[in-house]
Design a protein around this ligand. Sequence first.
Ligand code: PAF
Length: 254
Amino acid sequence: MISVIRRIRDWDLHRRRFVSEGLSVGLVPTMGALHGGHLALVRAARRDNDIVVVSIFVNPTQFNDPADLKRYPKSWDRDRAVAEGAGADFIFSPAGEDMYPDGYAYRVSESRRSKMMEGEHRPGHFDGVLTVVLKLLNIIRPARAYFGEKDYQQLRLIQGMVQALFMDVEIIPVATVRESDGLALSSRNALLTGEGRSRAAAFPRYLREMSSADEARDRLVSEGFKVEYVEEIKGRRFGAVVVDEVRLIDNVPL
Ligand code: PAF
């Protein structure tokens, strides 16, 4: 049965035992509302490690819009069952004040890659992400941590932080999981209405099929999407759109 850990010091007791027994720990950081994309992360962690920890913490510092934080989907009982079903051993779900005893006075800031695309449209977002991921890695101290390629900019920034700060953890990327119509699995999909959900499938299709970023942007606009950006960087096309008042991001290799 999966164990739920709320306090950092409780995890520490387990961690010390695992270290003394030579057991490896894999971490899957999440904000809950678990879906098939998270399952792929847990399965990869299960394959590579003796112990698998799923962290569930809706991190307030990465939400630049308080309304977005308020309506972020929460499904604790289901998440617990999903994490257990996927083979996780622990859920680490700390309280906000335990994660931010300094009130977010100390934070990690990246000055280049974090300022474009998501960073440009969500100021401060990546400071919040990098700071909480650093904290989670320092608390859990896993051998490996797993991140999905759907949040590709986030993945690259975390890899960059681990390298820049000489952190002793392996960051393992996991491929985006998609619905049969191509929509990337995301906790935010649960907020779409039926109509919005059917329209949303055009987003990854145009990102993939159009011959340029401009063409993809124009096509999305003509289909009624509010487009925040479509950009190409190093052989990948990235986009963020709003459909049905729900913000979706995705990226595809070209
Ligand atoms: O990708 C997410 O769900 C979050 O950004 C993460 C990595 C769990 C940090 O809060």
